[in-house]
Design a protein around this ligand. Structure first.
Ligand code: FAD
Length: 351
């Protein structure tokens, strides 16, 4: 059933032909995938992903077919990894120079792309789509470079817009609804998930990820119930993961820029953590195969004890002030976190 209006004065939500009174309401309406604005965007054979049903339909339709994925970020790459096995071909078209470029540096992005290429996925990067060609249904994607890529199906993974119509007067120009640390957008009205512009330990942000939506739902419910265990959002650290070919990349914190980063481990081995800094302070880390250290880093961020960085002669962050146990020996985030908590724990195997 669809909610058509939220009347905050009357404390009522209207449904098609019905209404419900509320003492408190949580709006968790999510987001809608962006549409492509090029000639041919109205042809049959274009897909978007939001629901489980969308995913099932695409999976069925892609068997034995040539699939072009537009968008080289998380949705596009996860779809490519799921569909390469049954499809005749999968080609990812991305406008950036490397995949996942908003979250990862090119070195890490390249390693993830190689994982895909080894499975047969093809890439056109630094590429703009000019048109979808076909008569009645998609047959090819034409790029601004003049190249065309054969396409029986086209998946659009080009971002989303928050579904904030029910709170349109509270939303900002990007459709995000500002909330406080308890997710309150207006008296008795909570906004959570993809629509919420909420505080975190790293400042205010709108996060389009599952665990944050989950945390926000819990905090809003705890706030309504006046729970003694309420954990406000400004004490929480954003986190998300992506899984491709059974390999999980996890991301903790938030970095607006990747101008100052420091890499531990080897992305080509899919065993690394890449830290990102703001004003010399670590604010985010992405990693694979080093989950314990990443979890410990998350804890340090939450405690406000994330490390600062020293500088190399080139101005890059190369070591951690206060993280070194001895010359040439960096303490790991886990060891530091254990130290911060004053707890003795022996290192086990990777979790
Ligand atoms: C294909 C895909 C893959 C993803 N993969 C990952 C991942 O690997 N890791 C990760 O962290 N995150 C991932 N995400 C993001 C994550 O799923 C979202 O951030 C999260 O689901 C947001 O939760 P939400 O409650 O805000 O919205 P949603 O989960 O989208 O739920 C919104 C609900 O509100 C309903 N609704 C909307 N308007 C109305 C209305 N007017 N009346 C009644 N109901 C309404 C919708 O139908 C929907 O059921 C993925 C998202 C997609 C689409």
């Amino acid at each position: 059933m669809r909610v058509t209006k939220l009347d905050r004065e009357a404390r009522e939500v209207r449904l098609d032909g019905d209404s419900l009174r509320f003492d408190a309401v949580i709006v968790a309406t999510g987001a809608t995938p962006n549409k492509l604005k090029v000639p041919g965007a109205e042809l049959d054979g274009l897909y978007q992903l939001r629901s489980f049903r969308d995913a099932e339909q695409l999976k069925d339709a892609a068997q034995g077919k040539h699939l072009v994925v537009i968008g080289s970020s998380f949705i596009g790459l996860e779809a490519a990894s799921s569909l390469i096995e049954g499809a005749a071909s999968v080609t990812v078209v991305g406008q950036d120079a490397e995949v996942l470029s908003r979250a990862l540096t090119p070195k890490v992005g390249r390693a993830i792309r190689k994982l895909h290429e080894d499975k047969g996925v093809k890439f056109h990067l630094n590429a703009e789509v000019e048109a979808i060609e076909g008569s009645g249904k998609a047959e090819a994607v034409r790029l601004k470079s003049g190249e065309t890529v054969k396409a029986d199906l086209v998946l659009l993974g080009i971002g989303v817009k928050p579904n904030s119509d029910l709170l349109a007067d509270l939303a900002n120009e990007k459709g995000a609804v500002p909330v406080d640390a308890h997710l309150l957008a207006a008296p008795n009205v909570y906004a959570v998930g993809d629509i919420a512009l909420a505080p975190t330990v790293l400042g205010e942000m709108r996060v389009e990820h599952w665990r944050v939506a989950l945390q926000e739902g819990m905090t809003a419910a705890q706030s309504i119930l006046e729970s003694a265990n309420l954990e406000p959002m400004d004490q929480r650290v954003p986190f998300f993961w992506t899984q491709q070919y059974g390999k999980s990349l996890r991301y903790v914190g938030h970095a607006e820029s990747l101008d100052d980063t420091h890499l531990w481990g080897d992305p080509d081995e899919l065993k690394f953590i890449e830290f990102a800094f703001r004003d010399g302070q670590a604010v985010a880390a992405s990693g694979m195969g080093m989950d314990r250290d990443l979890a410990a880093f998350e804890e340090l961020l939450r405690l406000g004890r994330a490390p600062g960085a020293g500088k190399s002669s080139k101005g890059n962050s190369v070591w951690w002030s206060g993280w070194r146990r001895a010359e040439h020996h960096d303490a790991t985030p886990e060891e530091v976190a254990v130290g911060v908590r004053g707890v003795r724990r022996s290192r086990g195997s990777e979790g």
